[in-house]
Design a binder for this molecule. Sequence first.
Ligand SMILES: Nc1ncnc2c1ncn2[C@@H]1O[C@H](COP(=O)(O)OP(=O)(O)OP(=O)(O)O)[C@@H](O)[C@H]1O
Length: 208
Amino acid sequence: MQIEARGLGKRFGRDWIFRDLTRTFRPGTAVALLGPNGSGKSTLLQTLAAYTLPSAGELHYALGGQAVRPDDVARHLALCAPALELIEELSLAELVQFHARFRPLRAGLSAAQFIERLQLPHARHKLLRDFSSGMKQRVKLGLALYAEAPLLLLDEPTTNLDRAGVAWYHEHVAATVAGRLVLVSSNVEEEYAFCQERLTVTDFAPRR
Ligand SMILES: Nc1ncnc2c1ncn2[C@@H]1O[C@H](COP(=O)(O)OP(=O)(O)OP(=O)(O)O)[C@@H](O)[C@H]1O
């Protein structure tokens, strides 16, 4: 997926979060969206993902050289974000099966192999509501990383992960990012260290 932002701006009420952002995000690139708490990283991520409308400027999307309408971008993206809820009433095996109906796993990857990659085979019949917060985060990340989607959005991806979980994240990011456009919203160096490009949201904050 390629995203071209021209003069992009977003405001809530009278407050501009960012303005005049012009940049092309190319496939095969990982971009870290940086800035302090409340600076607008998640808002920028959501705007680029066409989850929320920009207040100014234009966004153009393309896949394999073909234009993609903003309304259709959701079909091509995989997202892991703190606000994203898992269906707590399902077991892990049920969740993976359900999720794959809407966002298929990468070609050739079975549900059983996917659960192995999560290193959670012992928990396959456990209900999500009984998972620890770190286990849930690993599931959320895995579903995004191993989805067949050319746009990968990671918002604070190592939230709730311990050292082993962070090592797991690094290994599986390295295995899945090739060829995709990856946007990582973060304040934690180790979760975006793999990104070739950086964008600091406050560089586009209007002076108050
Ligand atoms: N729906 C909304 N309505 C009004 N203001 C909002 C809305 N969403 C976000 N904001 C405001 O926009 C600003 C940027 O918020 P955002 O969550 O994008 O920051 P962030 O850089 O991701 O923060 P953090 O590092 O704390 O996650 C904040 O001042 C926030 O209060």
